[in-house]
Design a protein around this ligand. Sequence first.
Ligand code: ATP
Length: 363
Amino acid sequence: MSEITLRNITKSYGSHLALPSLDLDIPKGSFVTLLGPSGCGKTTTLRVIAGLEQATTGEVVLGGKTVYSSGTGVFVPPERRGLGFIFQSYALWPNMKVDRNITLALSEAKQPKQVIEDRLTEALAKVQLTGLADRYPSELSGGQQQRVAVARLIAARNSILLMDEPLSNLDAKLRTEMRTELKRMHRELQATTVYVTHDQVEALTMSDIVVVMKDGVIQQQGSPYEIYHNPANLFVAEFIGDPRINLFEGILSMNGSDRILRFEDSTIPVPARLQCGDGPVTFAIRPENITIVERQGPFSLPAEVDIVQPTGSQTIISLSVKGQRVTVLIPRFETSLSRKNIWIEFPADQLTFFDKAGNRVPL
Ligand code: ATP
């Protein structure tokens, strides 16, 4: 069931068309991330859902209720849409103790005292801050402060949560911790969550559904698995994945009854059912799917190792194949390959092909 529906949303800022025509259905209880480069319209979409921005045309339906319709003139203001927000920083009120920071909105909404106390106790327990209600934010660590902000959302019990780059001001370690915290919160609350980020790791690690946007247009929406393994087009393929996917130009042809891909001096067998004609083709392979082999084989390519970068659990290896840059990722700490000549192979079932328009060719 859809909890948030955007129908035919357009949004112009003066002569600039930020959203040309957006349709989106967000299922109840899901964690959906809007992902894309700067300026692609993620924040605008979130603000249109919140009512902080009025769409130029279209319709917004929240929990079955139309909160905006350009046709009928309905516009429900943000404070009456029943939403919880977190924006770029988790800013707490420095002059208020933890308990007041968490319950301020509830007391302003004139909730009964007992309800407020119960919610405070529950929220503190959920973020493991029981016993710290009496502290000021300055008496807490950075991570604890973030958890107070999460507790505030837990206490408010909104059925829809909107978050715009909430982790962008945190250092890398805290960001990783808070990802876990937010994911736990979502599991506990089951609130429909729309999360905006340009960070693909946040999108892949936290979401049920990732919506990849470019120039105000949805490029693909799907599970993190689909987005990563079956990118709809070249933009998604290149935007998702770190290190980036390798892209090459090859030539598809028939060899007897077999379909083959010619790349440099090598030929790679490819599935005959690949739904595109023979001739030049763009193909892609993720760095972790390239295999390094000890000696030359029928489908191997000679490569020269350029740079080796161990990151701890993995090593990123930059190679050159006939002058073309190739990135390989191996799942271990490895330094012995530096400046060596090796062979690599592209397993045929790990290749993705794109047509001239940049769309993925179905298998
Ligand atoms: P970022 O990741 O940088 O926050 P974004 O994907 O969230 O980017 P938006 O903030 O939604 O992108 O902006 C979409 C487009 O609309 C951009 O081209 C931006 O310059 C433009 N835009 C956004 N807000 C305004 C505004 N108030 N007035 C004019 N143009 C705007």
